[in-house]
Design a binder for this molecule. Structure first.
Ligand code: UT7
Length: 343
């Protein structure tokens, strides 16, 4: 079905009778503590010049020792609820995307449910690494479209500082902590989430992983001694795959909606590396002013990255009602995803 604005709503194809799904509120939380590049210079053999020129990152946030992923997720969620003007008892479902849950189980979503007092809601986590927020949006939207639920809370939250090897300069300069949240509901006056495409390439799982602590290498004194409980990454290969996958996902999402990149008001890419973002924008044919970047302040916060950036883009009015927005992400798995939203 072609909308009055000229783009196609792929969700309305094939006689689908479901409701549209919009993001009706956003919220974010980042911890107070800032870790600057200058401080990292004192921890590992690196320099502000190297970090800024190779990644664009100037500082990142670190959660306090007693501050958990669910704490950050709950604060982001409460801000999103306030922004959407809803109460906790309206929430039907909570989905948390994270690769740093408070515990192996129960899910972080259950802990958030308790902390925000959303007693009526179902709750579960999903794990798609840095792609998690768009994966979670796509899952959440199914429940709105099928009229199963009226209000879904989607959160991307990470305490990556707990799995970063602070002696490894190849990775420790890249990551930070934080959380972002979105409330999904049907809004009759907007097409909302027009499409989301998701993909994975499991044969490249070892490019970016944390080997220890799961069923393959359960925690032992040996796994700890061998540093298997830290994030490991082949940066160069991950970089190449990130650019290709984000461009492919972005193009596919635009193609499905018959939208030209010039119609997109704001592109929010995964905030991993400034050079990746520039290469993706260039290959998508986007102008720099279309691209939202805040990684200089937060580094790569994995599943929280796009959610934190989306909140800032909305709060600073880079995105206004009626604008077309493209979200595009990439992460461990490998996974990738892109979504087009009419705001
Ligand atoms: O969120 C999931 C997705 N993750 C990503 O998208 C990350 C993708 N990868 C990257 O962003 C980049 O590959 C990095 C930022 C990790 C590295 O940039 P690069 O341009 O690919 O650098 P490189 O790996 O080719 O390393 C160049 C040099 C090496 O030295 P030699 O071997 O050429 O002597 C590294 O040892 O830079 C060295 N290096 C550093 N030097 C100073 C690596 N890390 C640092 C550092 N400070 N922190």
């Amino acid at each position: 079905m072609r909308t009055s604005k000229g783009f196609k709503n792929p969700r309305a194809q094939h006689g689908f009778q479901g409701r549209t799904c919009s993001i009706v509120g956003v919220g974010a939380y980042v911890p107070e503590k800032i870790l600057t590049n200058a401080e990292l210079e004192r921890m590992v053999d690196t320099s502000d010049e190297w970090i800024v020129s190779r990644t664009g990152i100037k500082e990142r946030r670190l959660a306090a020792e007693n501050e958990t992923t669910s704490d950050m997720a709950s604060l982001a969620a409460m801000r999103a609820m306030q922004n959407a003007n809803i109460t906790p008892d309206q929430i039907d479902l909570i989905i948390v995307a994270t690769l740093t849950p408070d515990m192996m189980f129960p899910s972080t979503a259950c802990l958030v449910q308790h902390k925000i007092g959303a007693r009526r809601s179902a709750a579960f986590d999903i794990e798609a690494a840095c792609s998690g927020f768009i994966y979670a949006l796509e899952i959440g939207q199914q429940f709105i479209m099928t009229r199963t639920y009226n209000t879904v809370l989607v959160i991307g939250a990470e305490k990556l500082s707990t799995i970063v090897d602070w002696t490894d300069r190849n990775t420790c300069v890249l990551f930070g902590d934080g959380a972002g949240a979105a409330i999904l509901q049907h809004r009759p006056d907007a097409h909302g989430l027009l499409t989301a495409c998701m993909g994975a390439e499991g044969d490249k799982a070892e490019l970016l992983c944390m080997p220890g602590g799961g069923s393959k290498f359960p925690t032992t004194a040996e796994t700890v001694a061998n540093r298997l409980h830290y994030l490991r990454m082949d940066g160069k290969e991950t970089y190449k795959n990130a650019v290709t996958a984000m461009v492919t996902a972005g193009q596919e999402a635009l193609r499905r909606c018959e939208i030209d990149i010039s119609q997109i008001k704001c592109i929010i890419p995964h905030q991993a590396n400034r050079r990746i973002i520039d290469a993706v924008a260039d290959r998508l044919g986007a102008k720099p002013e279309q691209v939202f970047i805040n990684l200089e302040k937060y580094g790569n916060t994995s599943a929280a990255s796009v959610a934190i950036a989306l909140e800032e883009a909305v709060r600073t009015e880079r995105i206004k009602q009626g604008d077309l927005v493209l979200l595009v992400v990439f992460g461990a798995g490998l996974t990738w995803a892109a979504a087009v939203i009419e705001w």
